[in-house]
Ligand binder design. Structure first.
Ligand SMILES: *[C@@H]1O[C@H](CO)[C@@H](O)[C@H](O)[C@H]1NC(C)=O
Ligand SMILES: *[C@@H]1O[C@H](CO)[C@@H](O)[C@H](O)[C@H]1NC(C)=O
Ligand SMILES: *[C@@H]1O[C@H](CO)[C@@H](O)[C@H](O)[C@H]1NC(C)=O
Ligand SMILES: *[C@@H]1O[C@H](CO)[C@@H](O)[C@H](O)[C@H]1NC(C)=O
Length: 346
């Protein structure tokens, strides 16, 4: 796919926001598309071993890989929603997939479309929350032990999410799950600082980034506090919500703004807004650092529910973008490290 640079977005970088905060501008920043549009891109994961970006098309239940400029995809049947795709450590082609309320293993070498071996009938986790039939797994990420943290949400019949029915879990390396905390609404972006002493978490409905003290040895969280509140920036309409998030190697946070047309950079010490990177589309869903030097910020976006006029205004909505020239690098993302015999699932 040809890469087109969005000059208009660079010009927008220079516009002051109405609350007086002047967006950061840097003529070295380049924003370009790396894939064509899909319905709802989410959960980007950069795999340093394969030098490939993985992400999902959540409502169409697609898994995507971008490697050397080539896109391949695998559709997961028998599910309403796919949350995440994460490589399993020390395997050639196994991935932890979360879909609906399940976590299971897919075998896909990614070289061809729809060539995977799919075993959702033999999951690690089959129905994580049996007493909550309307819950599903949303965002997730592996920690430095290789344990996979995932959040759930309760979807109403009309597709909205309004109740505090979600929780955050850790899928341990033995395949069992432990609840970390509860009463979340839309559990979304999550990451750790580089010393593994802090955990950052977004509840999209609360429009906040929260920070916890994290004890890596026993996996416990304490001293919950709000770090950043989007409501402090009234130039963003109240329906703009923080979505996916990645910490950089300085421990500052990069947060996708859904309906906000931007990726924002938040100081993890002070909670201050450091920079606003305007994107050429409004529904920005998540971010992940990748590339050989971990200096490219990959950004997934959505066109889910767009009407005709929105599609005409934003023909590239739903594409995955790359941002270069930010002057920061990310941390390596982790694999899920399964301790048992993975062949038992095939
Ligand atoms: C796989 O499918 C995608 C999306 O339909 C398409 O863009 C791509 O060219 C296909 N890749 C291969 C290797 O056939
Ligand atoms: C979660 O909400 C329920 C119902 O309101 C309440 O009983 C429970 O104590 C809450 N849990 C926490 C950890 O706040
Ligand atoms: C979200 O807001 C609810 C209601 O105000 C509160 O109970 C909950 O602790 C908040 N959770 C997070 C993670 O911000
Ligand atoms: C399309 O959706 C946008 C955003 O919700 C709305 O402002 C606009 O009125 C809609 N247009 C039509 C023709 O329905």
């Amino acid at each position: 796919m040809a890469c087109s640079v969005f000059l208009s977005s660079l010009l927008l970088l220079l516009l002051p926001l109405s609350n007086g905060y002047v967006a950061y501008s840097n003529k070295n920043i380049k924003i370009y598309r790396v894939t064509g549009p899909i319905d709802h891109g989410e959960a980007p994961h950069w795999d340093p071993k394969r030098q490939a970006l993985y992400f999902v098309d959540a409502f169409n239940t697609g898994i995507y890989r971008l490697k050397d400029g080539i896109v391949t995809t695998q559709t997961i049947g028998n599910a309403d929603f796919v949350g995440t795709v994460t490589p399993v450590a020390d395997t050639k082609s196994k991935f932890l997939i979360t879909s609906d309320t399940n976590a299971w293993i897919m075998d896909w070498d990614g070289s061809a479309n729809n060539s995977a071996v799919i075993n959702y009938r033999r999951p690690f986790i089959n129905d994580l929350e049996p007493t909550k039939p309307n819950n599903q797994i949303n965002d997730g990420k592996a920690d430095t032990h290789g344990q996979f943290w995932l959040g759930t949400l309760t979807r109403n019949a009309d597709d909205t999410v309004t109740t505090t029915g979600g929780s955050l879990y850790m899928l341990r390396c033995d395949g069992t799950a432990k609840k970390l905390f509860e009463n979340t609404t839309i559990s979304n972006g999550l990451d750790w600082n580089s010393h593994d002493t802090k955990f950052y978490f977004i509840d999209s409905t609360n429009r906040t980034v929260t920070v916890f003290d994290y004890n890596r040895e026993d996996g416990t969280l304490s001293n919950w506090k709000e770090l950043f509140k989007l409501s402090d920036y009234p130039s963003y309409a109240s329906d703009v919500i923080p979505d996916g998030m990645a910490a950089d190697s300085n421990d500052n946070l990069w947060v996708a703004l859904y309906r906000g047309g931007a990726v924002i950079n938040v100081d993890s010490q002070t909670g201050n807004l450091i920079r606003v990177i305007k994107m050429p589309v409004s529904h920005v869903t998540s971010v992940a650092f990748g590339g050989k030097n971990l200096d490219i910020l990959y950004v997934t976006t959505s066109r889910h529910g767009f009407n005709e006029s929105m599609l005409n205004q934003q023909p590239s909505a739903g594409s995955t973008f790359a941002i270069e020239g930010l002057g920061v690098t990310g941390n390596n993302m982790n694999d899920y490290r399964y301790q048992g015999n993975i062949q038992q699932f095939f």
